[in-house]
Design a protein around this ligand. Structure first.
Ligand code: LMR
Length: 396
């Protein structure tokens, strides 16, 4: 059976992670995989997570199964974090949530739900989008298409072209949207543009599938969830995949959720029964540990306040780095305007250099970013900002 397989090249993000780890040069700069780093280049366990983790371990008296839908307390806490505690869709009991292994599990389960009901559905993703959206969604059997998104000339969004493309879609087509902190570009829609997009999505009867993997790391937990809350207030149905990898720093614990908005209580209940059955058929039960930590943090006001402070610390660091790297680039690469980096949100920025320049940065200066020139801003450090800017100057 497996003798027929030929080796394939792994996901570009994972490939880059391996190349960076293998590089012995002490000056190396990792702007590859999207993990938050502190100014020592370390991805810390958040203090709120560490404390909640001890409490969880202390209180835990069994390792028995939790269930295919995961921990109900976690699911409810996540609904409140994502939608806001008093959201009309929650009050109307139209949201159903299932704990998933990371945001990836949520994306895959959402795709499986769509395929179950309408296997010919096409899911439309932004150009560009996160490297794993394609495999996660097409792996369920759904077809994938793209809509224009990033505007290389401005570092922003080609909103007119995006809307013109979405206007052409047939009813029932799925639009995959990034709630905030767009991965890989960092270019987000304004609140005004989200409102316009909502009108379009409603008029064309499209199904929004929103991926929110960075809540809190752009403008704050509420501001970053603006689109999710807006769409959930107006749409009859939608899907929302969320991840606690970045905002809780729980990457390897695999903590996520899929929220489904149904048009009414009975349809939401029916959809939930299918979500649970599909999850049972893929991973059976999600891992408990990380979700139990998140639940405890979100449900205890003191822990929650501490976590919110830690999230704002991560956000401030990223925003500060965006400002500082633009200053350094101004000095060392005055011929080019990198001001867009400061206008973008979240961990990533599309740097806008050619593949050859990306390779030259990697080979000559040990600076690692993906070939499309996505850089993880949080991978920069005060001590290497100048090194980075000088390296860029040499490859431009
Ligand atoms: C990224 O985009 O680098 C992160 O979301 C990590 C991953 O799994 O790709």
């Amino acid at each position: 059976m497996f003798e027929r397989l030929e080796a394939i090249i792994s996901d570009p993000i994972l490939r880059l992670m391996a190349a960076y780890r293998a590089d012995p040069d002490p000056r190396k700069v990792d702007l590859g995989i999207g993990v938050f780093r502190d100014d020592h280049g370390h991805t810390p366990v958040l203090p709120s997570v560490r404390e909640a983790e001890s409490a969880v371990l202390k209180a835990q008296d069994t390792k028995s199964y939790v269930g295919s839908a995961g921990n109900p307390g976690y699911n409810q806490a996540m609904e409140q974090l994502v939608f806001g505690a008093d959201h009309a869709a929650l009050i109307a009991k139209r949201v159903r949530s299932i704990q998933t292994p990371g945001g990836c599990g949520a994306l895959r389960l959402g795709a499986e739900m769509i395929r179950l009901v309408a296997p010919d559905t096409v899911v439309h993703v932004s150009t560009p989008t996160w490297a794993n959206h394609g495999p996660l969604i097409s792996g369920s059997g759904l077809k994938l298409a793209t809509y224009p998104y990033f505007d290389a000339a401005t570092g922003g969004v080609q909103f007119g072209a995006m809307c013109a493309a979405l206007e052409q879609l047939p009813p029932g087509a799925v639009v995959l949207l990034h709630a905030s902190c767009h991965n890989p570009t960092g270019a987000d829609l304004s609140q005004e543009q989200w409102r316009e997009l909502l009108a379009l999505v409603r008029r064309r009867a499209l199904l929004p599938f929103i991926d929110m993997a960075y809540q809190g790391l752009g403008d704050g937990p509420d501001a970053d969830a603006f689109a999710v809350r807006l769409f959930a207030a107006e749409m009859p149905e939608m899907l929302c995949a969320v991840s606690c990898s970045k905002n809780f720093g729980l990457y390897r614990e695999r903590v996520g959720a899929l929220h489904l908005l149904g048009s009414a209580v009975p349809t939401a209940d029916a959809a939930f029964s299918h979500m649970v059955r599909l999850a049972r058929g893929i991973w059976s039960m999600p891992p408990d540990h990380g979700a139990a930590i998140v639940q405890l943090i979100l449900q205890e006001p003191r822990r929650r306040a501490q976590w919110l402070e830690e999230v704002s610390g991560m956000r401030r660091r990223i925003q500060g780095l965006r400002h500082d790297v633009v200053q350094q680039l101004k000095v060392h690469c005055p011929q080019r305007d990198f001001g867009f980096i400061e206008r973008q949100h979240g961990m990533f920025s599309f740097f806008g250099i050619s593949v050859d320049q990306v390779h030259a940065l990697r080979e000559q200066h040990h600076v690692y970013m993906t070939d499309d020139s996505r850089m993880n801003i949080a991978g920069l450090r005060q001590e290497n900002l100048e090194y980075f800017a000088r390296a860029v100057a040499q490859v431009l």
